[in-house]
Design a protein around this ligand. Sequence first.
Ligand code: B16
Ligand code: MG
Length: 211
Amino acid sequence: MRYKAIIFDLDGVICSTDEYHYQAWKKMADKIGVYFDREINNRLRGVSRMESLEIILENGEKTYSEEEKEQLAEQKNEYYKELLQNMTSEDLSSEVKDTLDALRAKGLKLAIGSSSKNTKFILKQIGLEGYFDKISDGTNIVNSKPDPEVFLKAAQFLGLSPRECMVVEDAEAGIKAADRGGFESAGLGEAAKCSQVTFPMDKFSDLLSVV
Ligand code: B16
Ligand code: MG
């Protein structure tokens, strides 16, 4: 087999928390009177919380102190966590779960490579606590995508080289991170259009014909 492991992005790949990120940022932006829409939201995919805030504030007039920015990011995270409370195992699609099980049955190791600091909570909510062999997330990195750190850490946790792992992403920043780290990649949505993607996909289950 070509790969020994697959490293999955979480938000926008395993589950649709990307919609909740949008709603939470929108609520925060409306509160401070800064324009925000879904197109701007697409630029936040895979990008860390503080860097996402900087992108949103590009459309505002006001300059915020570091302390105010921390408070705004914290406020957004509170809105986001409120939305996550309503997630259950029904938010994990059968297509994703069946594909993951089939990949594991082929002998592949499965890992997470997500920028989110809420990764473990989300996995618990959707019934995947303890499912993945290794988790690399926003709590163990300094640099967020397009820096390859989150995927390099995942490979290191697995004890494998980047050439032995494939990355699955929905974000352009994530495909760039994979490419810079020496990983092949499979892309969904926006990521499927990225010039550095190895395998553009229409749907998650296409992974079964890629590996
Ligand atoms: P948090 P991923 C990323 O997750 C999201 O795509 C991005 O929108 C978010 O800002 C980032 O996580 C940080 O999330 O605020 O929960 O720490 O796509 O890398 O799984
Ligand atoms: Mg993502």
